[in-house]
Design a protein around this ligand. Structure first.
Ligand code: UD1
Ligand code: CA
Length: 454
């Protein structure tokens, strides 16, 4: 049974009050519509099409990047009209799953069970029960409990408004029947739109079997119309991510103050303090400790490492039993070998820091290859940029760089070399020797401090 999926994403999203089109607003760092695309792809459809309209250029950029087909709905004349725009594409499949670009949290398993709830010739509707069903289309059943139609809020009488089983909007329909029946849709309703929901009454008339699956978790079928709803779904998503981690042996100081914005892998006995954000692709091995207010993006952290408060890691690869921070900034291309130590107010970039080497205080290490057991004194700076090009600094094993030194790249400090405090190193330093630039100390006797003018 071949399946095509159509994601409706042409709507305006007026209530977001934004120049960014609604489905491009981010949840957990990813556009709403991309959540829907990712879930849809897990179902391995033969075709996936996104119907764009409002803010089509914004959505198109994402679709081009992901190599996904789109159909343009130039004027938004309703959900049925939106599906019509994709009919050429769905013609080659047995059945069509319709999803909404602004309903981000539907689970793959829920969609799979909806698809399996009937054969390919049936119409299948994902419903949910709401305490307050205001705004949604109501699932209207006959005395035998069979679905007879869906009635939109604006077209419903008082009796119908009391129904609390609502249409999620997510439906599976037989492709051929859908294409034949779409022209029968009329727009003589309160909104003057072609409603996809009217396909239900048409199905009843044609003797098409109708199945419903009622989704227990309202968040899975909740749409985003306002920024408040977006924030609520964000919290729901973050809570479920936090619960998943805790179930798998991670300690979170406060699950409400921990955010995931990407794909993460976290080992056992990892402890994460408050206000930590994990972004992009992050892998954290066993027994890692992360202090408060750390932001870790696209990085790998090996077992037993400790990241102290207020540190930022971006595209870093960190070895075992490393100590980072507090207040450290690891920029892209930082690779720390086991037992390395990066202390407070240290910035690193595009650098390899060898086994057990220490950069403890107030330093900038950029474009550097550092060996084992190196000690970098406070305030050391690699001058890697000459205004036009970047150059590398090479520091051999067991070297010792005195505080407040500048290493002007390209430059090499050989193994076991010692650099005296306050040195501006412009030429290579010899192995096992002391290199320093001499500055003469003077004393000015009788010198008076300036005093304030009256
Ligand atoms: C729709 C359903 C309603 C259901 C509710 C669930 C219809 C007629 N009503 O109502 O039964 O309870 O969703 O959230 O289907 N869209 C287009 N082109 C259009 C109109 C809409 O692409 O011309 C897209 C929107 O971007 C959105 C989705 O379709 O992703 C739903 O549209 P919306 O206007 O929000 O429908 P509702 O009135 O909420
Ligand atoms: Ca809606």
């Amino acid at each position: 049974m071949s399946l095509s999926i159509v994601i409706l994403a042409a709507g305006k999203g007026t209530r977001m009050k934004s120049t960014t089109t609604k489905v491009m607003h981010a949840l957990a760092g990813k556009p709403l519509v991309e959540h829907v695309i990712d879930t849809a792809n897990k179902l391995k459809p033969t075709q996936l099409t996104v119907v764009t309209g409002n803010g089509a250029e914004q959505v198109q950029t994402l679709l081009d990047h992901r190599n996904i087909t789109s159909a343009l709905q130039a004027e938004q004349k309703g959900t049925g009209h939106a599906v019509m725009q994709a009919q050429d594409i769905i013609a080659n499949s047995d059945q069509v799953l319709v999803l909404y670009g602004d309903v981000p949290l539907t689970q793959q398993a829920t969609l799979a069970s909806l698809i399996e709830s009937g054969n390919q010739n049936s119409l299948r509707i994902l419903t949910t029960k709401l305490d307050n069903p205001t705004g949604y289309g109501r699932i209207v059943r006959n005395d035998a409990g069979q679905v007879i139609c869906i009635t939109e809020q604006k077209d419903a009488d008082e009796q119908t408004l009391l129904i609390n089983e609502v249409n999620s909007g997510i439906m599976v329909l037989p492709s051929q029947w859908l294409i034949e029946s779409l022209p029968k849709l009329e727009n003589n309703n309160a909104q003057g739109e072609y409603y996809l929901t009217d396909m239900v009454a048409l199905a009843v008339a044609d003797g098409i079997a109708i199945n419903t699956v009622c989704c227990e978790d309202n968040a899975e079928v909740a749409g985003v119309n306002t920024r408040l709803q977006l924030a609520e779904l964000e919290r729901h998503y973050q809570r479920s991510q936090a619960e998943l981690l805790m179930t798998n042996g991670v300690t979170l100081a406060d699950p409400a103050r921990f955010d995931v914005r990407g794909d993460i892998t976290v080992g056992q006995d990892v402890t994460i303090d408050i206000n930590v954000i994990l972004q992009g692709k992050v892998t954290i091995a066993d027994n890692v400790t992360i202090g408060a207010n750390c932001i870790i993006k696209d990085s790998t952290i090996a077992a037993g490492t400790e990241i102290l408060a207020n540190s930022m890691l971006d595209n870093a690869v960190v070895g075992e039993h490393v100590s980072i921070g507090p207040f450290a900034r690891l920029r892209p291309g930082t690779v720390l070998a086991n037992k390395a130590k990066i202390g407070n107010f240290v910035e690193t970039k595009n650098s390899n820091i060898g086994l057990g080497s220490k950069v403890n205080h107030l330093s900038y290490i950029g474009d550097t290859d550092m060996g084992k057991n190196v000690n970098i004194g406070a305030g050391t700076i690699t001058c890697n940029y000459d205004g036009a090009n970047k150059h590398r600094t090479v520091i051999g094993d067991n070297a010792f760089i005195g505080s407040d030194s500048q290493l002007v790249a390209p430059v090499t400090v050989a193994e076991g070399a010692t650099i005296g405090a306050g040195t501006t190193l412009r030429k290579d330093a010899e192995a096992e020797a002391l290199t320093l630039t001499k500055s003469v100390q003077r004393t000015v006797s009788g010198w008076k401090r300036p005093v304030k003018k009256k």
